[in-house]
Design a protein around this ligand. Sequence first.
Ligand SMILES: [Cu+2]
Length: 254
Amino acid sequence: MSELETRKPQWWKSKDVKITGALWVVLSALIAYIGGEVNSRPMGAPASETMANTIHIMKLFTWVSAPVAGLVAAIAIKALMQKLHFGDNPPAEANHQISESPKATALWVIVSAVLCLFALVFGMVVLQKDNNALLDANATNIKVTGQQWVWNFDYVDNGNFQSEDLYLPVNKPVHFHVSSLDVIHSFWIVQMGIKVDANPGYVTDAAVVPNKIGVYDLRCAELCGLLHAYMQKKVHVVSQADYNSWITSHGGKI
Ligand SMILES: [Cu+2]
């Protein structure tokens, strides 16, 4: 056997690898753009730092994982293209150099593990930061009770007055004590990035600092029965003065 025949071909120079590489670049960019940019737009501009952080972490994780998803999609598409043949001629024998390479396997496992660890640690740090508002002694306490198919709010610090409307003072931490009277609901203020389950017989805590005056969306995020889709309400974030006058005009105390 001549030297030329025994020498392994350089796999990175093959046409298949080049096509897969090109597909990888295009698909990664597409996934990063759709997942990171287009995806968060329907939720609107953030109305709290929690939501701004959530959008930031969503984008970051999408960008980091886009090349992995892009590579899997590129290999899948290339493999499907490879099997296209006509007539009685079988397709050429595949080149197993990459799939049988221990180096490639090790690289794949290490990169996946590092990405998972990054997501885990980063996620836990952000979660801890978001929970700090819970510890704020100056927070406004509001009891939230879900039931088929309405939300009720009990303004604990304002003479326990109750309302079906949710008004919040701007730039002040709010501590929600969330529960349910019947089935499991989920208390979700879309633009503030908080979503917690409302369980019957159990109180779950959530906290946020609304940082923009405006009207936002409150939805039930847990399928809870026939009229689940209508279990929604507007959240009004107002100035402290407007909040005080809304409370007093509805029989509450400041
Ligand atoms: Cu519900």
